[in-house]
Design a protein around this ligand. Structure first.
Ligand SMILES: *Cc1c(COP(=O)(O)O)cnc(C)c1O
Length: 362
């Protein structure tokens, strides 16, 4: 397989005027303030990956029979680029996203993309749209690499042609309420993943099936839904798009173990490393919802948080289900949660030593 590709640069003929761009960057929100360019790389069985380009962001033209539109052969990634104090750009652990992208590709019967090409494609977009970093506190340039099956064929088998793309969006805070701690709704009738399924792959299909319970959660006034395992309906798995951690009064922390029903979060992995460095005991072990409730009520559990690239770390304040509810600690952000978040954000932004080589500067 080709390990490198050269990108053709086709600058946007009419990029967003600077004044309009600056206006959009004041309050970019999350995932809606798209930059001027995108990366495109095509794949077919004969040529493999070819025709890599950085071009003007534009709608796609797809045959209505394109496999992605019917059988959801689609995967994606999410990572952030930051502008550092010295003016350079950085991405956080893009190699981990590249590896996970290929793990997702294998699960969805799609072609793998060389890791170097994945990283190069993200860099190429950041460089083309270097003026799209918001200057607001906590701002970043969110990268969304993804791959879709483009072949026009309604038979059921892996497609023969694919398109890989990277788009980017200036981003502020993920939770629009900006509330200090999130409120979770426990999905009792829906599951996001099952054994042998695609729960560990980052694919759109997992999200499609999470929308009804997420809608239920929001209608009931909560921020996010938390999913339980589909067999016993008691083991906590994760949120719709974030992993979860529990903090105990004895100074230990716990997170559900990786499996084929849990997404292997880069933030999760980073938090585990930082917590161990802090001298905390970290358990990757199953935790039951009834135990969470009992531990929160007894005071054995004092904090909980969700984590993922978009929000980094989000403290959990309240947990509700149709027949019970409980509060975590005082219902606000916990101390250790805040400390771990600050540690991670400082490394991501180049403000703290990068002992693990996580920050990819360019
Ligand atoms: C992306 C994602 C996460 C978080 O992964 P990060 O690499 O930390 O961003 C967690 N759960 C699901 C379902 C996801 O899709």
């Amino acid at each position: 397989m080709t390990e490198t590709l050269s990108f053709r640069h086709e600058p946007h003929p009419a990029p967003t005027p600077a004044a309009d761009r600056e206006a959009k960057l004041i309050d970019p929100g999350f995932g809606k303030t798209f930059s001027d360019h995108m990366v495109v790389i095509d794949y077919d069985l004969d040529r493999g990956w070819h025709d890599a380009r950085v071009t003007a962001l534009a709608p796609l033209s797809l045959h209505p029979a394109a496999a992605v539109l019917h059988y959801a052969q689609e995967i994606f990634e999410g990572l952030k680029a930051y502008r550092l104090d010295d003016g350079s750009s950085a991405m956080f652990r893009p190699d981990a996203n590249a590896r996970r992208f290929n793990a997702s590709a294998r699960r969805l019967a799609m072609p793998e993309l060389p890791e170097a090409v994945f990283i190069e494609s993200c860099k190429a977009l950041v460089q083309a749209d270097k003026d799209w970093f918001p200057s607001l506190e906590g701002g970043s340039f969110y990268l969304r690499p993804f791959m879709v099956a483009t072949e026009a064929f309604l038979g059921v088998r892996p497609a023969h042609t694919y398109r890989y793309m990277v788009i980017g969006a200036a981003s502020g805070n993920y939770f629009k309420s900006g509330s200090p701690a999130v409120s979770l709704w426990v999905a009792q009738d829906y599951h996001r993943a099952g054994p042998g399924g695609t729960g560990a792959a980052k694919c759109g299909g997992n999200y499609a099936s999470s929308l009804v319970p997420t809608g239920e959660a929001m209608a009931a006034g909560h921020d996010q839904v938390i999913f339980l395992d589909s067999s016993e309906k008691r083991w906590i798995e994760e949120l719709g798009g974030m992993n979860v951690f529990f903090v105990f009064a004895d100074g230990s922390i716990q997170t559900p173990p990786l499996s084929d029903t849990i997404l292997h979060g880069v933030t999760r992995d980073s938090i585990i490393a930082l917590a161990r460095e802090e001298g905390l005991t970290v358990r990757e072990a199953p935790y039951a919802i009834d135990q969470w409730k009992a531990d929160a009520e007894s005071g054995h559990l004092i904090e909980a948080f969700a984590c993922g690239t978009a929000a980094v770390v989000a403290p959990i304040g309240k947990v509700s289900a149709s027949d019970y509810r409980f509060t975590i600690g005082a219902g606000g952000p916990g101390q250790l949660t805040g400390k771990l978040k600050d540690r991670l954000v400082a490394i991501q932004r180049g403000l703290a030593p990068d002992a693990y080589g996580w920050v990819h500067r360019f």
